[in-house]
Design a binder for this molecule. Structure first.
Ligand SMILES: Nc1nc2c(ncn2[C@@H]2O[C@H](COP(=O)(O)OP(=O)(O)O)[C@@H](O)[C@H]2O)c(=O)[nH]1
Ligand SMILES: [Mg+2]
Length: 406
């Protein structure tokens, strides 16, 4: 729902276990609702299912119900792969065992991955109403503490919820500030929000909403205008405005209007820092000159909005990149929550602001690119470059500015 904490900002708790271990039942037991599909049929949950919910005393979270880690056959293997991908966005993992299961091979495998990724994990043995297993044996084999529950009788469920809340406290779910760390009480932030064909009807987009909210949280003062009113707004508040934040696509027009002693940046540059690593994006921008004719560039967007002609990702970015590099390039596109498995063919990745994915996912993409030594740039940094305002837009971020070598 529109009024809720956006999904990308909630801690993600994922439940892993074999088919029929009771993952879906456990979600229902934790939330006291029938929101996940329970079935005695093996492999009922095929794709990962996301549920936004409140877990008291923790608060709003996203719980991810996954397919079994022991799924078999070609289709089953595909499901297992999808389940493993979930690890990229998991803040807290629950490893669920069936009390009647003695072979722990699948569990060992996924636990290793969880630990390798540094994800905190809670071990849970389910169906203790059916049998009382030797829990020490499980703990010795997996080197993990286990809680005993029954999703059916609800035994142990409250303890588990407390454990989730306790573990969650120790995790740094706090995302870095969007803009709050740059402002003091009463600072005036002027937002430039062009209402053009691409703007959604009747509302603002998430980065605008979240930035405005962050200013409010830090006791700043928001002024929001379209670009046509910017001139007048600057005249009215000339000595008061500290930062102008604009839609990147309006950079070109706006930079001439905003006096040089006022900071100027964009939502996507703020997001490059909030969702990932601004410095990495600036490093990527430094690499545009090294592109060669025929190099393949991946354009990756986290949302799946309908593409329009003249669309930034479809038309404008490729055109600008060829202009900036002076080379003839090949382009491929990806959208949604996945990027191509094998990135090695790409010489550069251009990424959107990532408002639809969480920081963990964005960081995992950045790290994958880093591993392969592929420069990655987000739209905001790229458009800053294109409109010749990157230098100025980085004034707020000295660390990134230092790296920037035009
Ligand atoms: N007796 C008992 N049965 C359970 C328990 N938890 C789940 N089940 C049953 O186990 C089967 C599989 O449950 P489900 O939640 O769909 O498992 P999933 O495949 O891991 O999501 C269903 O028939 C459930 O009713 C439990 O704690 N005790
Ligand atoms: Mg299920």
């Amino acid at each position: 729902m529109m009024n809720d904490t956006p999904r990308a900002n909630r801690p993600h708790i994922a439940i892993f276990g074999r088919r029929n271990s009771g993952k879906s039942s456990l979600i229902n037991a934790i939330t006291n609702q029938d929101i996940a599909l329970v079935s005695s049929q093996k492999g009922t949950t095929t794709d990962p299912v996301y549920k936004s919910m409140e877990i008291l005393p923790l608060g709003p979270v996203v719980v991810i119900d996954t397919a079994g880690i022991d799924d078999e056959g070609e289709l089953g293997q595909l499901r297992v792969k999808k389940t493993l991908k979930i690890l990229d966005k998991t803040d807290l993992a629950i490893l669920l065992l069936d009390s009647e299961n003695n072979d722990l091979s699948f569990e060992k495998e996924i636990l290793n991955l969880i630990i390798k990724k540094g994800i905190p994990v809670i071990g849970v043995v389910n169906k203790i109403d059916l049998s009382s297993p030797d829990i020490k044996e499980f703990e010795n084999q997996l080197k993990l503490k286990f809680l005993m529950v029954s999703a059916k009788t609800k035994e142990g469920i409250n303890k588990l919820k407390e454990q989730i809340a306790k573990k969650a406290e120790t995790i740094d779910f706090e995302e870095p500030a969007i803009i709050g760390d740059l402002i003091n009480r009463y600072d005036v932030i002027l937002h430039v929000v062009p209402i053009d064909k691409a703007a959604p009807k009747g509302r603002l987009i998430l980065p605008q909403v979240q930035t405005i909210r962050d200013v409010l949280d830090h006791r700043g003062i928001n002024i929001v205008v379209q670009d046509a009113e910017l001139d007048e707004a600057i005249k009215m508040f000339r000595d008061k405005v500290k930062i102008v934040v604009t839609d990147s696509q309006a950079f070109g027009r706006i930079k001439k209007i905003v006096p040089n002693d006022i900071y100027l940046t964009s939502y996507s540059i703020l997001y490059a820092r909030y969702k990932g690593e601004l410095t990495e994006m600036v490093k990527g921008a430094n690499k545009i000159k090294t592109l060669n004719n025929g190099d393949c560039v991946l354009i990756s967007e986290s949302c799946t909005h309908h593409r329009q002609k003249g669309d930034i990702g479809q038309d404008q970015i490729p055109k600008f990149l060829e202009e900036l590099s002076g080379k003839k390039l090949e382009f491929e596109w990806s959208s949604g929550t996945t990027i191509p498995e094998d990135l090695s063919k790409y010489k550069m990745i251009l990424h959107c602001g990532g408002c639809m994915i969480n920081r963990k996912q964005m960081m995992s993409r950045i790290n994958k690119a880093k591993e392969k030594n592929i420069p990655i740039i987000n739209y905001g940094v790229f458009l800053g470059l294109k409109f010749n305002v990157l230098d100025r837009a980085l004034d707020l971020f000295p660390q990134a500015k230092q790296i920037w070598s035009p």
